[in-house]
Write a protein that binds this ligand. Structure first.
Ligand SMILES: [Zn+2]
Length: 140
């Protein structure tokens, strides 16, 4: 919220620093609204802050088109993909490559039955950026 306000003040006032171009993604209302939603989601809904259910499936066709936040699917044996329902609730499935033959690549660990993922997950569409450690979403 503060971020959005600051942008509008900068737009309206006189500023000696050069402003980013008006076509900059920072001024796009949709992007700003999604950032606000993510900000609210991070702070007020604790239910979506964990990966509570990890399902192993043989192939991607067994993965729902919109995975619930808090769920993840591991596809293939050996493991090819980790597909996570975005925790910001944008309904996007985030596909993380686990195959050594391709980049970028993530590695997953299980400690006490809780999943960990490295490196962090940076969702392009909604701007969510988070770590998964011991089954818990840690926002960057
Ligand atoms: Zn999202």
């Amino acid at each position: 919220m503060l971020e959005a306000t600051a942008i509008w003040i900068q737009l309206g006032g006189s500023c000696s620093r050069p402003l980013p171009s008006l076509s900059s993604p920072a001024y796009d209302a949709g992007v700003m609204l999604q950032r606000l939603k993510t900000w609210v989601a991070r702070r007020f809904d604790r239910r979506r802050q964990a990966i509570g259910r990890v399902v192993r499936v043989p192939a991607t066709d067994a993965v729902p088109t919109s995975i619930e936040p808090g769920e993840a699917f591991i596809v293939g044996e050996p493991m090819k993909w980790l597909i996570v329902g975005c925790p910001c609730r944008c309904r996007e499935n985030l596909w993380l490559n686990l195959m050594e033959s391709a980049e970028p690549r993530w590695t997953i660990t299980f400690r006490g039955g809780k999943i960990g993922v490295r490196p962090s997950v940076d969702a392009v569409e909604c701007g969510s950026h988070f770590w998964i450690a011991d089954g818990v979403i840690r926002w960057v």
